[in-house]
Design a protein around this ligand. Sequence first.
Ligand code: GLU
Length: 425
Amino acid sequence: MSIHELNAPYEQDPTYQMAVKQLRDVAELIGLSAEVVEVLRHPEKLIQVRVVVKLDDGRLATFIGWRSQHNSALGPYKGGIRYHSNSTAGETVALSMWMTWKNSLAGLPYGGGKGAVRVDPKKLSIRELEELSRKYFAAIAKEVGPDLDIPAPDIYTNPQVMAWFLDEYSKISGYNAWGVVTAKPPILGGLKAREISTGYGVALVAREASKRALGGFDERTVAVQGFGNVGSYAALYSAQWGARVVAVSDSQGGIYDPKGLDIVKAIEVKSKTGSVINYEGAKRISNEDLLELGVDILIPAAVENVIREDNATRVKAKIISEGANGPTTPEADKILYDKGVIVIPDVLANAGGVAMSWIEWSHNRMGCILTDEEALSRLDKLMTQNFHRVYDEWQRKYLDKPMRTAAYAIAVDRVVQAMKLRGWI
Ligand code: GLU
């Protein structure tokens, strides 16, 4: 039986379908055969585990988790692990496919992978979270490793969770395996600059795109949806580099001040009270309103599928820098392109995190120490070069399509070339 006849259980997932649609569009453009698309639209391996945690009150709770290893033609699988109550196998597969393209586009020696546990981590105590993290990682330990699959944080996971992963893996493997995860706490081989790196890169590409398309970044207005790790640093660096951040939001809602927000204050308010909505002196707005503000630059840095067919026509920004993975649907992409909006795709815009992960990992492997300044300057160079390379290629060859198409064409082609050289296809 050929794979065409197999119906993988994740195929109905809308995020997965969106990733496949993007792949099919680019395949047509660069002339990939249906067979190669069939190979690329599935992960090489999808691991599913059940994790049983003994809760503080003595009850048992069972959680389901996945690790999707999409493609390893360019190197070990690489990508984060998220803890989210809406996670599904299909979403995890889609995210792992996007990691393949992201790592390829950034020229990193990695394939793509992604993991998830379906859990609301906010409902767990620290001890419960530690038990969940250790048991999940123990369950996938045979399938990961510094040369095999290197996880990192994603939504609601952080350096502390990476420390538990590292420790669990080191116990099982019998050695200190620094290279098995990235974004570790600095004292355990991580880099302090990793924390800011994704948001830094998202702001950096917005800045570079503004220079090319809007004549500069100074005083350009910016709205940021999502104020977690990515959104907060994207807002902070945008402000630091001269733009005016007029709106930010988190899951509870948003704030707007046309004169510009004090981002340091917003970060403080968020960490003290749990939400930016408690920032005083700004107008309260909803997450939906934020996307439709009359700003120059919009940074969706929360979750998938927020800019869709039904609201894309109302987006007024001239540039969108995708901090989140998959915030714009393919239908919305087309509408935005027709309106002349430049969408810097996620695989390009938010690659700063995984690029910094690579800097950390390569130094771990050599046993070297790197200062934060050195790490950040290397990231800056990599992201800047990468952005202009893709932008130029877009202008030169694919201007009749969204920038995402140019990014995908470069990324998918590199993976396919590696697969051919290895004799896989
Ligand atoms: N989770 C991040 C992403 O989606 C980072 C992955 C990594 O550092 O491996 O790109």
